[in-house]
Design a protein around this ligand. Structure first.
Ligand SMILES: [Zn+2]
Length: 570
């Protein structure tokens, strides 16, 4: 074979490989993981806080307790139980190179439940993560592995389902594997934003981001009012997709931008890497999201954005508008079934005086993104490692009424920075109960992990905003819900205890019956611990329950009580 032919063959093979790689997923291998019709409460790649949604959320009729089925044969390769995140979750590794994940489960099937309970008793911890060996917990396709639930923080009942590449751990859109979801509705576009990008660029005399008007034509196409612009500009949209069987506003699959019918930008959420997921904050207009809680997806790629969702970008999606020329920009939002909504923007190239300039961000605290930036404000030191910021900027820093204002949380951070408080003005007793609190969106302070060195306390964070030192001088509280002291409770299935801590929050809890650790499941929603009496055989009638509760600064409460229970059979 000649040299030239070989090259052509290699190129041909490569283009086959790359061209096909997106559709190469087996479409009849996985069965649906629930025995009810699949209705989506959330799509893959949907924009969430600091990450893309890595699976599908299936609705479960606002109830718990539906059978969750293994999507294919394989083995349980991981079981994770956590108060937050996916709550109770199972990972199944399949022989074809994929792993499926099932989250927010209520409980596992008998085999898995007794396997994990033994481990929990061994570790004396409700929260646990184990990686069973390939021969330990085999499952068949369609086997009931768990009941659907609502575990993991404040989520409602639903099943979170993922398909990952077992080796790379990259999640892949499960809808590429042949699951059928009725969807004949096109995505909706809610907001159109214009972004002048260069210093001299303008859209309708704005050098700042500008919201643009459009209306729906009889054809269904959205038509924007003609804009006048010049220089480098781009656009962004807030958009969602609704499937046929529910009103949930889910994410779209594909977003394109065309300039005079030539594709200049395209992204698609087929797969992504968890390591890069946080860069979602570069895809969206982050400041607008923080100000208005509205996510606008930008049709241009900012520097430092390494997301792999981009399929096409000419000049990174930046459009150059020249004086005197006319252009048509089309933005097309599609769902995975190919339903589309098109928004058309007519543009006239015209250079005018800028009436609304970009916000002047200049302050006394400049940030050089590539460098180490450290600032001291009275008793507070703020240190930003190299590349904490995606771009150079300015910060607004001040301390008012002992609240440290570390700018506003409107700039996305790539890494954690360190915030240190000098606590030498506090007494040793105060220092014991002192912690760093951060203010939530609702302006309520909450505990953040405080690392205590003798005279300085610090925390690390990926969010800017308000922080303050607070004292927690209150002990956590324990309330026995299932019995009064010395009561007989033979018919009760479970023992419930309410635990609360108002200021710094609960750090750890421990439950014992007659001096032995018992598995108590904590629900953040109801703030209750519950123990299942089936876990233990009772050979005497009288028992002592002891709960030890410690809050985040170390305040401790111990409560004991006696209950009686009929002796269970041999
Ligand atoms: Zn989910």
């Amino acid at each position: 074979m000649s040299y030239k032919k070989t090259i052509t063959l290699i190129l041909f093979t490569m283009s086959m490989f790359y061209g096909k790689s997106q559709q190469n997923y087996p479409t009849d291998y996985f069965q649906k993981p629930l025995n009810i019709p699949l209705i989506l409460a959330g799509t893959f790649g949907e924009l969430r806080t600091n990450h893309f949604h890595s699976g599908l959320d299936f609705k479960t009729q606002q109830k718990e307790g539906f059978d969750v089925l293994a999507s294919a044969e394989g083995y349980v390769s991981r079981i994770k139980i956590s108060h937050w995140g996916y709550g109770k979750a199972i990972y199944i590794t399949h022989p074809n190179g994929y792993t499926t994940v099932y989250g927010h489960l209520k409980k596992f099937n008998k085999t898995i439940e007794s396997y994990i309970k033994a481990k929990q008793y061994q570790k004396e911890s409700f929260e646990i993560q184990v990686f069973p060996k390939p021969h330990e917990l085999l499952v068949k396709k369609g086997e009931m592995i768990a009941l659907s639930g609502a575990t993991g923080g404040y989520v409602g009942p639903h099943l979170h389902f993922e398909i990952r590449n077992t080796i790379t751990e990259k999640p892949i859109n499960p809808l590429l594997f042949g699951f059928k979801i009725k969807d004949s509705r096109a995505p909706q576009i809610n907001v159109l934003m214009g972004y002048p990008l260069s210093d001299d660029a303008q859209i309708n005399q704005y050098n700042a981001p500008i919201k643009l008007n459009y209306k729906k034509m009889a054809s269904g196409v959205l038509l924007a009012d003609k804009i006048q612009a010049s220089g480098f500009i781009s656009f962004g949209v807030n958009t969602f997709d609704r499937q046929d069987d529910a009103w949930n506003k889910n994410g779209i699959y594909n977003l394109k931008m065309l300039l005079n019918d030539a594709l200049v930008y395209e992204h698609e959420v087929a797969s992504f890497s968890f390591a890069k997921s946080r860069q979602l904050n570069l895809l969206i207009d982050y400041e607008r999201y923080k100000d208005l809680n509205q996510r606008v997806q930008r049709c241009y790629i900012t520097p430092k954005n390494e997301l792999s969702i981009y399929k096409t970008s000419v000049n990174k999606g930046q459009l150059y508008i020249e004086e005197g020329l006319t252009y048509t920009v089309k933005i097309i939002a599609s769902d995975i079934n190919g339903n589309k909504t098109t928004l058309q923007i007519p543009i006239l190239g015209k250079k005018q005086a800028i009436v609304v300039p970009k916000k002047d961000l200049t302050t006394a605290y400049p940030i050089v993104a590539a460098g180490f930036n450290k600032f001291m404000l009275g008793d507070i030191t703020i240190a930003f490692p190299k590349n904490t910021f995606y771009e150079d900027t300015f910060l607004d820093l001040n301390v008012k009424d002992s609240v440290a204002h570390i700018h506003k949380p409107i700039i996305p951070l790539h890494k954690k920075y360190t915030l240190t408080f000098d606590v030498s003005n506090f007494t040793p007793q105060q220092r014991k109960q002192l912690f760093i609190a951060k203010y939530s969106n609702k302006d309520e302070p909450f505990y953040v992990k405080t690392i205590k060195k003798e005279l300085s306390f610090y925390t690390t964070s990926k969010d800017l905003g308000k922080h303050k030192l607070l004292i927690d001088d209150e002990k956590p509280t324990i309330q026995f819900l299932s019995f009064k002291n010395k009561q007989w409770i033979s018919s009760k299935q479970a023992l419930k205890v309410k635990i609360t801590d108002e200021i710094s929050g609960i750090k750890e809890y421990r439950g014992e019956i007659n001096g032995q650790w018992i598995l108590m499941e904590y629900s953040p929603k109801t703030k209750t611990l519950s123990y299942n009496f089936k876990d233990k055989k009772f050979t005497t009638a009288k028992h002592e329950l002891k709960i030890v509760l410690i809050d985040n600064v170390g305040n401790k409460t111990v409560k004991t009580g006696v209950f009686n229970r009929k002796v269970t059979g041999e």
